[in-house]
Design a protein around this ligand. Structure first.
Ligand SMILES: *[C@@H]1O[C@H](CO)[C@@H](O)[C@H](O)[C@H]1NC(C)=O
Ligand SMILES: *[C@@H]1O[C@H](CO)[C@@H](O)[C@H](O)[C@H]1NC(C)=O
Ligand SMILES: *[C@@H]1O[C@H](CO)[C@@H](O)[C@H](O)[C@H]1NC(C)=O
Ligand SMILES: *[C@@H]1O[C@H](CO)[C@@H](O)[C@H](O)[C@H]1NC(C)=O
Ligand SMILES: *[C@@H]1O[C@H](CO)[C@@H](O)[C@H](O)[C@H]1NC(C)=O
Ligand SMILES: *[C@@H]1O[C@H](CO)[C@@H](O)[C@H](O)[C@H]1NC(C)=O
Ligand SMILES: *[C@@H]1O[C@H](CO)[C@@H](O)[C@H](O)[C@H]1NC(C)=O
Ligand SMILES: *[C@@H]1O[C@H](CO)[C@@H](O)[C@H](O)[C@H]1NC(C)=O
Ligand SMILES: *[C@@H]1O[C@H](CO)[C@@H](O)[C@H](O)[C@H]1NC(C)=O
Length: 571
């Protein structure tokens, strides 16, 4: 019934389409105080972290260079247009710098967010003689942006300078002034080249499409558990098309000392502080469970060629093949008995556990805590075409679903900086300043999408597909009584730098946690498409075909350790 009315409704909706835009908020009535006018603070003060070596001690020695993180600023200049949301950006000089430390560069942020940022300042600690010291004053500055000629809405005029580094040194940040004179040479320091690493542009901060000048954040080009590149928190001015030279560098942790990483007691305190509450959708039928619950409830190990003789998996997973690669020789599946299978599909929230992987990031100046959650079953996907929902038959269904969130925490002070929400082989970083927190605590809220269990920072509907056409797969998130508190049952499955964690045996199982597809996607699509007009049919097909196999259900997913990002950065 629903589907036979689809075409008619489609026509009606097309007719409505044009008026929908008039519902957009009127941005011309801007309020005076921009979001950046407020400074973000976590809802609760940070606890006193348990004693340890270097974690949260304020300073980090990068091997010849001591750095600390500054988030107190003096405003120098602001633009009032351009940049994300066309609200402009503000430029800041770090202030309250501890004695002996020098500035490396200034901070800038779009005005559409509360002030929430930091930059590093540095002090040389090596015993090197004066001619080879870690930090040196620039020789001069080049003016890379003057707002005088830009004819934009702004607070005064702004001038952005690039320090010219002495031979063998690199600049790691810009200087900003609000008068046209050159900054004094002792305003910032350049860093000896062997203490720097290459960097690339990160998020868009500000730009002007007419003049082709754009400003971006910076991050190390090579990122991962073993990459020494350290993020300085500064920004870069780039003139479009000019990719020939990258004027700034990041820092490098030359010793790659891991002594600033949290110890076990500190990890536990971090988890107590920040561990997310995951809201499952009120209609969710397929809940998480612990891995051992799955093994205890009849999960089977299949071997290629021996399909008729699957073997039960023991509670610890000790009869799973270890190591190797995902060669299609083995896979897991739910119990064969139909009733039993249906029961296992539903999971068991009471037993669900958070599997933690703790790893160094940005030259061990940050700690990533990846929080993995296991769901025995991933339910079918639903498409949305304009206002109509279309169940996609079996498309999207698969056995075994591994999902994760990653907390990125500063090793300078233990403060949560941002969180990665993984969404169907992709994901989004969300700043701590944009998270939802639980009842005044620093525990964050995450939403697990209906059936697909992708992680989102907000409730509501996210369409994955062609949003301008209003066609895509539905991701529905909402609060409910189904809550997984990831802080209550934690298992640290990996923290290589501690050297004391014994990985569960299932972590080294390299094959798939579910069988390959057992239905015909083409046929499933045909069932749905019969009722769609031609162009929509094509678009739906394109969207469904564009989904990774692992999500589509063609292949069972591999475990956390086999994912690309085990030792790398997230997307
Ligand atoms: C100009 O910069 C100085 C610091 O150099 C700062 O104290 C002053 O407030 C700035 N002016 C404006 C309008 O932001
Ligand atoms: C700049 O151009 C892009 C498209 O090229 C547009 O999306 C963006 O809104 C423009 N930004 C401003 C500030 O006009
Ligand atoms: C937060 O993160 C986004 C990208 O993930 C970035 O574009 C934005 O400017 C950031 N906001 C703040 C306040 O840092
Ligand atoms: C760097 O440190 C060395 C030794 O601690 C000291 O002699 C030198 O003056 C310092 N240089 C600067 C620029 O602070
Ligand atoms: C960009 O710069 C041009 C030329 O100075 C100016 O006319 C325009 O208003 C600026 N636009 C924005 C969005 O800043
Ligand atoms: C992991 O990182 C790689 C790049 O290193 C990226 O292509 C991939 O999409 C990421 N995967 C996930 C699940 O975030
Ligand atoms: C991942 O998500 C980002 C933004 O959320 C999007 O721009 C990008 O195209 C997505 N990548 C894939 C492979 O879907
Ligand atoms: C937050 O507080 C309210 C009211 O005290 C309570 O009903 C709710 O369960 C709390 N939420 C969580 C996730 O603890
Ligand atoms: C959405 O579909 C339209 C029309 O087919 C196409 O022009 C556009 O590129 C598509 N957008 C995306 C994001 O795929």
């Amino acid at each position: 019934m629903l589907q036979s009315h689809l075409f008619l409704l489609y026509i009606v909706l097309l007719a409505m389409g044009n008026c929908l835009s008039s519902f957009a908020p009127d941005l011309s009535k801007k309020t005076e105080v921009l979001p950046i006018g407020t400074m973000f603070k976590l809802p609760s003060p940070l606890p006193h972290w348990p004693q340890g070596e270097g974690f949260a001690s304020g300073n980090i020695n990068l091997g010849g260079l001591e750095v600390c993180q500054i988030s107190t600023f003096t405003k120098i200049w602001a633009t009032k247009e351009g940049g994300p949301d066309n609200l402009g950006a503000t430029f800041f000089e770090p202030s309250s710098v501890p004695a002996g430390f020098s500035l490396l560069g200034y901070y800038s942020q779009p005005n559409d967010k509360p002030l929430f940022g930091w930059v590093l300042v540095a002090k040389n600690v090596s015993g090197d003689d004066n001619s080879n010291e870690a930090l040196k004053m620039p020789l001069d500055y080049t003016l890379v942006l003057s707002s005088e000629s830009l004819n934009i809405k702004q607070d005064g005029n702004g001038y952005i300078w690039l320090p010219i580094a002495p031979d063998g040194y690199r600049a790691v940040g810009h200087v900003v002034t609000n008068s046209s004179g050159k900054p004094s040479l002792d305003k910032v320091r350049c860093v000896r080249s062997d203490l720097t690493d290459s960097c690339e542009r990160d998020a868009f901060v500000w730009g002007n499409n007419t003049t082709r000048i754009n400003i971006y954040g910076l991050r190390p080009t090579i990122r991962g558990t073993e990459a020494p590149g350290v993020c300085v928190g500064t920004f870069i001015v780039q003139v479009d098309g000019d990719t020939s030279s990258f004027a700034l560098s990041c820092l490098k942790n030359k010793d790659m000392s891991l002594s600033y990483m949290p110890n076990l007691a500190q990890i536990e305190a971090l988890v107590q502080s920040y561990s997310p509450i995951i809201y499952l959708h009120p209609d969710e039928q397929y809940l998480p469970s612990s891995v051992s619950w799955l093994f205890n409830n009849g999960a089977l190990l299949y071997k290629k060629g021996g399909e008729s003789n699957p073997i039960p998996i023991d509670p610890l997973g000790s009869n799973l093949p270890q190591g190797g690669s995902n060669d299609g020789q083995y896979w897991l599946d739910l119990p064969i008995d139909k009733n039993f299978k249906e029961k296992v599909k539903k999971g068991d929230l009471q037993t669900s556990e958070a599997y933690l992987h703790i790893k160094p990031m940005f030259g061990a100046t940050f700690t990533d805590i990846a929080i993995w959650v296991f769901y025995p079953f991933n339910g079918a996907a639903k498409a949305k075409i304009k206002l109509i929902d279309i169940p996609l038959g079996k498309i999207g269904e698969h056995v075994g679903d591994w999902e994760h969130l990653t907390l990125r925490i500063s090793n300078f002070n233990g403060e949560l900086w941002k969180v990665y929400f993984s969404e169907h082989s992709n994901g989004t970083w969300v700043n701590a300043s944009e998270l939802e927190f639980v009842n005044g605590s620093n525990k964050l809220v995450s939403y697990s999408s209906l059936h697909g269990h992708a992680s989102y920072s907000k409730p509501g509907l996210v369409l994955q597909g062609n949003t301008s056409l209003g066609i895509g797969l539905r991701n529905d998130m909402a609060k409910s009584k189904l809550i997984m508190d990831t802080g209550t049952r934690i298992v640290i499955v990996s923290a290589d730098y501690l050297g004391t964690i014994i990985a569960p045996l299932w972590l080294n199982y390299a094959r798939e946690w579910g069988p390959k597809i057992s239905y015909d996607i083409g046929k499933e699509l045909q069932k749905v498409e019969r009722f769609l007009p031609g162009p929509l049919k094509k678009e739906l097909e394109r969207i469904v075909k564009g989904i990774p196999n692992e999500v589509l259900g063609e292949e069972g997913p591999t475990g956390p350790k086999m994912k690309n990002n085990w030792s790398g950065d997230e997307v």
